[in-house]
Design a protein around this ligand. Structure first.
Ligand code: SF4
Length: 246
């Protein structure tokens, strides 16, 4: 046993990914990978989206009409930081945590949990959809064990950048000190199935508790290259060739 597993909503979602690799998952759970560095621009845009929506609700007591697919929203809760939005399962010894982008209060006093995505809207065809579905259901699973009950709806709120030639040439988007970019909203409701989360937590803990990393995905070339690299000497021409292949 490896002790308590603390896992985020997104990392748990990896278990549902079509190309899920238990070896990669084990490595991610046990190591802090140095190359996982992402630009912060998307979290800044998501944060700005939240401010725009909250400011509109403060002023009008509802969301803008172009978000009417979400239903009748009358207010919001400030989503708690992940350090407070968490639960611990004693039996599994797993701490599950996350930070929802949006917690809206509906007209009937139920909650809607939303996640902002700054990207092109691909609907259900998005290959990351299984991860997003788990992520939102983790927020629901945690939320209903805290004070957010009942949670009746989950939704992905895509803010898609409008980057066509017409928008680039539109003089309204040229400012005195730069330019503006428009975003259009698309809503995708996600099935509310928090009952699926305990099984995923159990599976994650089973992999975490393995003493050795499990086998990787059959046919994954990256692991083969890595194996070849580590088995070759530092001055090897073969090793250099492998590096060149990357
Ligand atoms: S098989 Fe591929 S996905 Fe799995 S650990 Fe190796 S490199 Fe990663």
């Amino acid at each position: 046993m490896s002790g308590t597993l603390t896992i985020s909503a997104k990392n748990l979602g990896n278990l549902a990914y079509s190309n899920f690799c238990p070896r990669c998952f084990w490595i991610k759970l046990h190591c802090r990978l140095p190359y996982q560095i992402f630009p912060s621009i998307f979290s800044h845009i998501d944060g700005y989206t939240k401010k725009v929506f909250h400011a509109y609700i403060d002023k009008h007591g509802k969301l803008p009409d172009w978000l009417s697919e979400l239903g009748e929203v009358k207010g919001y809760e400030e989503p708690p930081h992940w350090s407070r939005y968490k639960i611990h399962d004693e039996e599994l010894d797993v701490t599950l945590r996350g930070e929802a982008d949006a917690i809206f209060i509906m007209k009937d006093d139920s909650y809607l949990i939303g996640d902002y995505k700054t990207s092109k809207f691909k609907g259900k065809k998005d290959s990351l959809m299984p991860i997003y579905e788990v992520q939102l259901n983790v927020y629901a699973y945690i939320g209903e064990r805290l004070q957010y009950t009942p949670i009746k709806k989950l939704a992905l709120i895509y803010m898609e950048p409008s980057t066509g030639d017409d928008k680039a040439a539109d003089k309204r988007n040229l400012l005195d000190d730069g330019f503006a970019m428009e975003f259009s909203a698309h809503i995708l409701e996600v099935e509310l199935r928090p009952d699926k989360i305990p099984l995923l937590m159990k599976k994650a803990k089973e992999i975490y508790d393995m003493r050795e990393p499990p086998e990787g995905n059959a046919g994954c070339k990256d692991c083969k290259y890595l194996g070849d690299l580590t088995s070759l000497g530092p001055a090897s021409g073969k090793k250099q060739q492998r590096l060149n292949d990357f």
